[in-house]
Structure formats: C-alpha cells, structure tokens
Ligand binder design. Structure first.
Ligand code: TYM
Length: 346
C-alpha cells in the first residue's frame, strides 16, 4: 500500500506526537517517547505535543479520573523538559479539527485496514463485536492528529509503527482520490535504545500502563523506594552479564534491564555491556536503581509540584490549543473545499 508518492509541494519539518491519558505514565512512555520529545524540541524544530483524550475514551474512562490523568500527562510533558513557549502542548479535544478530519478519514480509509491493526486485535480481544466503534476507528483519529498539522515526522515507540504506516496509507489515498499533493507522507521516528521497554515481570510483554500488575512497570509517580523494590524484584536469569551485546539476544529480561540502563544514561547498549561484562545482576541492579532514581526523581518531584496547581496546567493547555487551532483550522477549511463541502459565510 505504501508506495512513494511524488511530492512537488514541499513540506517544512514539523514534529507531532501524542500520549493517551488512559492511566499513569510509565518508564516505557518516558524513554520511548517523552525523553525524545524534549530532545527534538531542543534541536530547534517545530514541535507539537498532544494529550490525546479523545483516544483515551475508545475504552471506558471514569470522567473525573480522565480529567486528573490528562493533567498528570501534561505535567509529565512539562516536568520532562517540554517548554510551552517553544513547543505547542495541548489536549486533543480542545481542537475540534481532530474529530472533524477523523470523520473525513473514516470515509477515506477502508474497514479492512482497521481490522488488520494488531493493537485493535489485542485490545478488542475475543469479544471484538462488543468493543466500541471508536476503538476500531482509532487509527483514523491518529492520522487526523498528525495530518491536521501536515506533520512530517512522528517520534513514537515501536508499538505505534503499524498505526503510522496506516497514517501514510491514508495520506496517500486522500491525495490520490482528490488528485492533490495536500498531505505529507509522514516519517516515523523510532530511534534509540528504548523503543520497546519490556515488562519487569515478563520479557516478552511490553511495559504498559494497562498491565494489571503494578510490579511489571515503573510509573513516573513512583518514589525512590518503590523504584528500588521493583528493580530488585525484576525478573532476570542466573547468568552474569555477557561480554558482548549479541550475548543478550536470547535473554529478553536481561536485555531489557541493560537497555533501560543505556537509555537512562544516554549510552549505547554496547558500551553498557562493555562496562558490566561478567558482572552478576546482584551488582548491576543497585547501579540501575541509583541511575533510575537520579534521572526520574526530579521529574516525579516536578510533576507533583505542577499537579498542586491544576488551574495553571489548564491555562497552559488552553494556550497550546489556541496555537494548535491556528495551524489546523486553515488546513481543515482547505480539506472541506477539496472534498466538495459548501462553506457559506455566516
Ligand atoms: P501511548 O499513549 O500508548 O504511548 C505514548 C508513547 O509511548 C510509547 N510507549 C513505549 N515506548 C517504549 N516502550 C514501551 N513499553 C512503551 N509504551 C508506550 C508509545 O509508542 C508512544 O509513542 N496511539 C498512541 C497515541 C497517539 C499518537 C497520535 C502518537 C494518538 N495520536 C499521533 C503519535 C502521533 C498511543 O496509544 O500511545
């Protein structure tokens, strides 16, 4: 489906990414996404970041918890270095273009594309007929998030790769159906040592905010003692750390902890392996605890400071929404025109 298209119209570099407020933030979200979001901002490119509350309600959310979680994710963005002056930070539902463009894309995308999404299959489980229609159409809204801004690059963890391929397919089909080069064919940015942080209890499962076991993940709200206890109990194997990174290939739990260390310290996997070659996990884990507490402690503290003033978070999200709307609305007006909708002056 994803054949390259000719794009005579050039698109200037613009980064967009989003995080769902469907629970607290995990170390996986931090290393796979948040940490890289602020690195991109600091490189000086245009960055737009969104707390995707409309996506969250594709599965049931208690309204008051959703409000709390939306503010908490916004606090996590700010605490990890997102500067609301240099980046645009807002929550999705405040910019109605997302929902409007998603409807257009629902009419461009094919149902079969949606049924093929592994995240839909995982989340819908055995009783797919009983899942919300929104859960099936989820990737169409995600494409709208990105393309409302004509974003060219999307930093995400590995688990979002298939959704981004679908975003590309939607852009290509829209451009083809309407005979235009209106939307860019977005590039995913899936880079670094921690594109897939795994559960601390099972090296074959990704670390996730929806895992029933809290021991499986480190939350950005965990205190130092909790982080230490979770890492101490993290599953490993009895072997010492290998001499080379290849020696981790068949040891998923060991590899995960080494990857986490590499991502937190900003080193490559190879250099961490070289540093700890031959060490037992009994000596590696306390080093990992120290590093995790050193890096995450200030973020957790800043998050709780910000959460003490929810009105200030709401103000930041409102300002961000106004700036986001100013970019997205003219694009949406052009889309309505391309599709053949009458827009009468009122
Ligand atoms: P979400 O909310 O599940 O996760 C937010 C980001 O964190 C990354 N991530 C991980 N990275 C490494 N290891 C892990 N264990 C891990 N768990 C999560 C995710 O890959 C993601 O980058 N559908 C998206 C939200 C979304 C979006 C968008 C993203 C909606 N619209 C537009 C980009 C662009 C999601 O559910 O992410």
């Amino acid at each position: 489906m994803s054949e390259p298209v000719q794009t005579p119209q050039t698109f200037s570099t613009r980064i967009f990414s989003g995080i769902q407020p469907s629970g607290g933030m995990t170390l996986g979200n931090y290393l796979g996404a948040l940490k890289r979001f602020s690195e991109l901002q600091d490189r000086g490119v245009e960055t737009i970041y969104c707390v995707v509350d409309l996506h969250a309600i594709t599965v049931w959310q208690d309204p008051s918890k959703l409000r709390h979680q939306t503010r908490e994710i916004a606090a996590a963005f700010l605490a990890s270095g997102i500067d609301p002056k240099r980046s645009i930070l807002f929550n999705q539902s405040q910019v109605t273009v997302h929902a409007e463009l998603a409807w257009i894309f629902n009419c461009v995308a094919r149902i079969g594309w949606m049924y093929r999404m592994t995240q839909f299959k995982d989340k819908a489980g055995k009783n797919a007929e009983n899942s919300s229609l929104g859960l099936l159409a989820y990737p169409s809204l995600m494409a709208a998030d990105i393309l409302a801004y004509k974003a060219t690059h999307v930093p995400v963890g590995e688990d979002q790769k298939q959704h981004l391929e679908l975003t590309r397919d939607i852009a290509i089909k829209f451009n083809h159906d309407y005979g235009v080069n209106f939307f860019p064919v977005t590039e995913p940015l899936i880079e670094g040592a921690a594109t897939r942080v795994m559960s601390l209890r099972d090296g074959s499962k990704k670390m996730s905010k929806s895992d029933p076991s809290d021991q499986s993940r480190i939350n950005l709200t965990d205190d130092a003692d909790t982080i230490a206890a979770k890492i101490r109990k993290a599953r490993t194997d009895p072997e010492p750390l290998p001499e080379t990174a290849e020696g981790l290939a068949t040891r998923p739990e060991a590899k995960n902890l080494v990857n986490i260390y590499a991502a937190l310290s900003g080193q490559s996997l190879e250099s961490v392996v070289a540093e700890f070659a031959g060490a037992q996990f009994g000596s590696f884990k306390p080093r990992l605890v120290d590093l995790a507490v050193e890096k995450l402690g200030p973020i957790t503290a800043e998050m709780s400071r910000l959460m003490a003033d929810p009105a200030e978070i709401d103000r930041i999200l409102g300002n961000g929404a106004a700036r986001a709307e100013a970019i997205a609305r003219p694009h949406m007006d052009e889309v309505y025109d391309l599709v053949g909708m009458i827009r009468a002056r009122r």
